[in-house]
Every structure is written in structure tokens, then in C-alpha cells.
Design a protein around this ligand. Structure first.
Ligand SMILES: Cc1ncc(COP(=O)(O)O)c(C=O)c1O
Length: 444
């Protein structure tokens, strides 16, 4: 039988010969030739060499419109002049001094002013550390160990975040951790209540992304987040929002947009202006546990926490990302989602998007996508189709996440969106033979 994806793979390999060679070389020193599982895709990831504004260029000289933006963190695109100037101004003065820095105060003040649930905060190196520290704060404050998480959720790479609903898959994660995590489906208040009824005596917090971005962007049903807030209060557990990604959706994060204020918030990505960063913050009395003057204070240190280049660029990033800028990219997100939806209809291939503002997810079925179980089942049913479409997009000069995630940066214009819709549509034509084979085989 003829492989219906052969033309896509052949085109990819012939355009990315230098990346293939680099991947071979890298495999000798980096497992799989990579250092971030999330950026790997088959047959091999391309090696990008530079980025400018809306575009990235790979080692073979292929130029891509970048709708990934380092997994949403580069909200102002690549090498934005204002962010560059902020970093450059700091560079000659050194990077860190093992002392608190004024840049940390300024960035913390700005975040505390904007984000309703954050009265005090601390910086970390990454979003992973931020979610880990927020969980630790919740456990220390309540004196309980357990966490309620959404099945299929992503909160980074530490053990409490890396643990999944399937312990057999979680190699290397201490088995004991699984006993302390209770899984509930997103968008399901009944199951959340049930979990709390069973485990509230041992549960410190409900932890979730208000809109699970890596979970395929199921949109919160009306009353869901406020319902979780009410349950947390009723059962006396903390509500922790992971806003590492969703902070970009409003000046005050998704908590401001939804009107639901969590007890603790984890942040990252956009607050670092393109450099490694994380932060966690929340109600004063919870965060006060990190005050070194407090007896029994929680220890949280990190050689590069609140790095001067990061805070300088982060400050510039957040100042640029005011509400009008956010409203603009959210509107561009609406336009992209609508264009992709229309492209599916036009191509006669089942599929649709879900999206919130500037964050867009493509699904390869037309059914409900209210939680990560539904979204995961949809992906499982279509095998290689999303991944071949991703390669077809790359062949046509559009860079996105292999799992069908797209995001908008502030340097994009409506012409970039329209171009992306056109490329998306053309790439759907590229995968039509594969889609037809799937539907003939009864896979859907
Ligand atoms: C929702 C969410 N939480 C936490 C993290 C971890 O952040 P980092 O990669 O900076 O460790 C990510 C990273 O993509 C994320 O998407």
C-alpha cells in the first residue's frame, strides 16, 4: 500500500538536510539529540539558528512564521528591540550579585499591582519550580500533603508535576507521590466535590491551569472556576492557579478575566522577557512562610532567582504587554481560530479549534473538547494525522507545536494571521490522502 504521508516526509527531509546531520551529531551527547522532550518531534526536530520578530530561521536557511513563540513565552516575538535594549542596559553592570536586586522589587511590584491573587511573590528559575514551590507553600500552610490535580494536566517537570494518572508510565517518579495526588477531570465539579469529600482531611490544594493550555485548551464551562473556588472554601483547601501560560490572556491573568481569585499563583514565561524565569505568589499570610525572619520559614533559594537581566527584560515585557496590546492579540487569536475552523470545513476534514484569546488548539474531530480525556481520545483516534499536518505546515513555512498548539505574538499583524490560515489550508490538502485513508479504515 502507498504511504499517504510519504510526500510530506520526503519534502521535510529534503528541506532540512543540515538539521538531520546536526541531529545525528547531537545524538552522541544529548539523548535523542535534544534537551527538551517537549520540542522533539519525528523524524527529527529542526535546529533553529535565529529569530527576528515573527520569524525563525533554521540551519538550512528555511524561514518560518513562528506561531509557537517558545511555547507562548515570547509574547513579543523574537529579539524585540525594547526587550533587547532593557537587557543590554543591564549587561555591562553584571548579572547577579548574591543580594536582593532593585529589578526584583520593580517587577514584583508590577505583578502584585496587576494580578489580583498575588500580594507577595518570590522568583524562581522556571515555571516548574514555581508550581513546585506553590504546592510546597500550600502543604506547609495547611499541614496536609495531598494535591488534587486535573487528569492530563501539565505543570512542569518536577515529580509532583511530572506524575500522571498512569503511575506505570511515570518511570523514575517516587511511587509515594502518586498516593498523594487525586485526579479529577477538568470541567467536572461533581468529581471535584467527590474527591474533596473523600480526601479533604489530607488535601492541601486543588492545583490547575485555569485554562489547560498543554491539555489542549478545554475552555472552562460557565461557573466551573467559581465552583472550584466555592468547593475549596467549603472544604478548607487552597486553590492554586498555574498561570505560567494563561497570564498572557489579561493584564491580571486569567484570574482577573474570570473574576476567580486563587490563594496561590504560579507564573513564568512572559514575565522573563525571553529569559529563564518563574515566580509564585499569593495571599500575604501564605507567602509570609518564606520570610527568613519567620521561625520555621520555608527554605527557597536559587543561584539565579531574580536574575538582573531577566528582571530587566521581564519588566520591559510586561510594560509592553498592557491591556490594549493583550486585547489586540486576543482578537488576532479569534481571527486565527475562525480561519482554521473554516479551513477544516472547506477541506471536508473533520476538525476544529478551541481557543481562549491568543492561545489556539487544533482538534482532529468535531466532538466535545471539555476535558483532557475527550481531547486525548480525539488525538488517539487519528494516529499520525496531526503530526503529518504539523510537518506539512513546516514544509510550507509555519512553525507550531507538533500537538497542534498555536499562539499569537504582539508583533504579528492580521496579514500574518491570514497567511497562517492560507498555509494551514494548504497543509490540510497535503494530509487529505491520509485523512481519507483513516476514514476508509473506519478510524473515524
Ligand atoms: C502550564 C505550565 N506550567 C508550568 C510549566 C513549566 O514551566 P517551565 O518550562 O518554565 O519549567 C509550563 C511549561 O510549559 C506550563 O505550560
Amino acid at each position: 500500500m502507498i504511504d499517504p504521508s510519504r510526500h510530506i516526509l520526503d519534502a521535510f527531509r529534503s528541506r532540512t538536510k543540515k538539521s538531520a546531520i546536526l541531529n545525528q551529531r547531537a545524538q552522541a551527547v544529548l539523548p535523542g539529540g535534544d534537551t527538551r522532550s517537549g520540542v522533539f518531534f519525528s523524524p527529527y526536530p529542526v535546529y533553529m539558528t535565529h529569530g527576528a520578530g515573527t520569524q525563525v530561521t533554521d540551519v538550512d536557511g528555511n524561514v518560518y512564521l513562528d506561531f509557537l513563540n517558545n511555547y507562548t513565552s515570547l509574547v513579543h516575538g523574537h529579539a524585540h528591540p525594547t526587550l533587547l535594549a532593557a537587557a543590554r542596559e543591564q549587561l555591562p553592570h553584571g548579572s547577579v550579585y548574591a543580594s536582593p536586586l532593585t529589578g526584583q522589587i520593580e517587577l514584583a511590584e508590577l505583578i502584585c499591582t496587576r494580578v489580583p491573587g498575588v500580594q507577595l511573590l518570590r522568583f524562581t528559575h522556571s515555571g516548574s519550580e514555581a508550581t513546585g514551590m506553590a504546592m510546597r507553600a500550600a502543604r506547609a500552610y495547611t499541614g496536609r500533603d495531598d494535591i488534587i490535580r486535573m487528569s492530563g494536566s501539565y505543570h512542569g517537570s518536577h515529580d509532583w508535576a511530572g506524575a500522571s494518572c498512569d503511575p506505570d508510565r511515570d518511570r523514575g517518579i517516587a511511587a509515594g507521590i502518586h498516593q498523594h495526588i487525586h485526579w479529577v477531570p477538568y470541567n467536572d465539579l461533581v468529581e471535584a466535590e467527590r474527591a474533596l469529600e473523600a480526601h479533604s482531611a489530607t488535601t492541601a490544594a486543588i492545583v490547575l491551569e485555569p485554562v489547560p493550555n498543554s491539555g489542549g485548551i478545554p475552555v472552562p464551562l460557565p461557573g466551573y472556576l467559581s465552583g472550584l473556588r466555592a468547593l475549596a472554601d467549603r472544604f478548607n483547601v487552597l486553590l492554586v492557579f498555574d498561570e505560567v501560560v494563561t497570564l498572557r490572556l489579561h493584564e491580571g491573568g486569567y484570574q482577573k478575566l474570570s473574576g476567580v481569585t486563587p490563594d496561590l499563583t504560579a507564573m513564568g514565561k512572559i514575565i522573563g522577557g525571553g529569559y529563564a524565569v518563574g515566580a509564585f505568589g499569593g495571599r500575604r499570610e501564605i507567602m509570609q512562610q518564606y520570610d527568613p525572619r519567620t521561625p520555621g520559614a520555608i527554605m527557597q533559594s536559587g543561584t539565579f532567582n531574580g536574575h538582573a537581566i531577566t528582571t530587566a527584560a521581564g519588566m520591559a515585557s510586561l510594560r509592553l504587554l498592557d491591556q490594549p496590546a493583550i486585547d489586540r492579540i486576543n482578537a488576532l487569536g479569534d481571527r486565527l481560530a475562525q480561519g482554521f475552523d473554516e479551513a477544516f470545513v472547506e477541506a471536508g476534514i473533520p476538525g476544529k479549534t478551541s481557543h481562549v484569546g491568543s492561545l489556539i488548539q487544533v482538534h482532529w474531530h468535531a466532538g466535545p473538547v471539555n476535558n483532557m480525556e475527550e481531547i486525548g481520545a480525539g488525538f488517539a483516534a487519528v494516529g499520525q494525522l496531526p503530526y503529518m499536518h504539523h510537518l506539512a505546515l513546516m514544509n510550507r513555512g509555519l512553525f507550531s507545536a507538533a500537538r497542534g498548539e498555536f499562539c499569537i505574538s504582539t508583533v504579528m499583524e492580521s496579514t500574518d494571521i491570514d497567511r497562517a490560515v492560507m498555509l494551514f489550508s494548504e497543509a490540510l490538502q497535503d494530509v487529505k490522502p491520509l485523512a481519507a485513508q483513516l476514514s476508509e479504515s473506519g478510524a473515524r
